[in-house]
Design a protein around this ligand. Structure first.
Ligand SMILES: [Zn+2]
Length: 255
């Protein structure tokens, strides 16, 4: 088993969802590979953080609905492997059956509607940054619902000027902003709210290939939507359902 194969199986390994035979192969590789060991440690650290993370609890009616949906498809053993693939975050292009699509649509807080082929994304880093911001009481360094307060705050703190949009009329009031770190660089983090859900919108310069493609990801109950424009990459993350987070991302696209 090589590194790529191993890395793809680390999440199910941590979840205890890997069949014995694959587990053996993964552990054998791990014994001799520092890179994959490092990745495994990171996954475990992130999982621990996620366990402690504050999160808006879903209403009982929704939970019951979701449990029902899961029970309905749990009888179909063929679905289990593709389900595992769904929640694996990186670089996977799953073959989606109609049943799996229906399941994922129903289970929206696990739900990525579709995974497009896209540049590898720092999914775990984005989740970790989001969770940290909620835990450490450091969600915002500038707290204001006024774009004219938040936008200038970034000047001199980072070497680019993120567009700060007022989306309160659309139901996404601005909370504030802060500097965060992704992939070893400073990024702008704008914080919005939808009901009780916090949304982090990470923005950083990215002059890579421009694409209008939007990328949806899901990791441990957090939805992530990413897109690019001419100059910047954007990642929105929240425990908000994917539908509303996608609506938010469309509103946030710079005009
Ligand atoms: Zn390896």
């Amino acid at each position: 088993m090589n590194c790529d194969e191993t890395l793809n199986l680390l999440d199910p390994l941590v979840d205890g969802e890997l069949p014995d035979r694959e587990q053996g192969a993964v552990r054998l590789h791990l014994d001799g590979c520092a890179t994959c060991q490092h990745e495994l440690r990171q996954i475990k650290e992130l999982r621990e953080m996620l366990r402690q993370a504050p999160r808006y609890a879903a209403p009982d009616s929704l939970l019951n609905n979701v449990r029902e949906q899961i029970a309905n498809v749990a009888d179909r053993p063929a679905l289990r492997p593709s389900w595992n693939r769904w929640v694996r975050p990186l670089g996977i292009k799953p073959i989606v059956t109609h049943a799996a699509a229906a399941l994922v649509g129903a289970v929206f807080f696990y739900g990525a509607i579709q995974m497009f082929s896209a540049p590898a994304t720092p999914t775990r880093e984005i989740v970790a940054a989001h969770v940290r911001s909620l835990m450490d009481d450091r969600l915002t360094q500038v707290s204001s619902n006024d774009t004219h307060t938040v936008a200038p705050w970034f000047a001199g703190r980072i070497d680019f000027a993120p567009l700060v949009k007022d989306l309160s009329a659309e139901g996404f009031p601005l909370i504030g902003g802060r500097i965060d770190y992704l992939q070893d660089r400073k990024v702008a983090a704008l914080v919005y709210q939808r009901r009780k859900h916090r949304i982090n919108l990470f923005i950083f310069p990215d002059t890579g290939k421009q694409t209008e493609e939007t990328v949806d990801r899901s990791y441990n109950g957090y939805n992530i939507v990413g897109w690019r424009d001419k100059n910047f990459a954007y990642w929105a993350i929240s425990d908000l359902n994917l539908e509303e987070l996608t609506a938010f991302s469309k509103l946030s696209v710079a005009m």
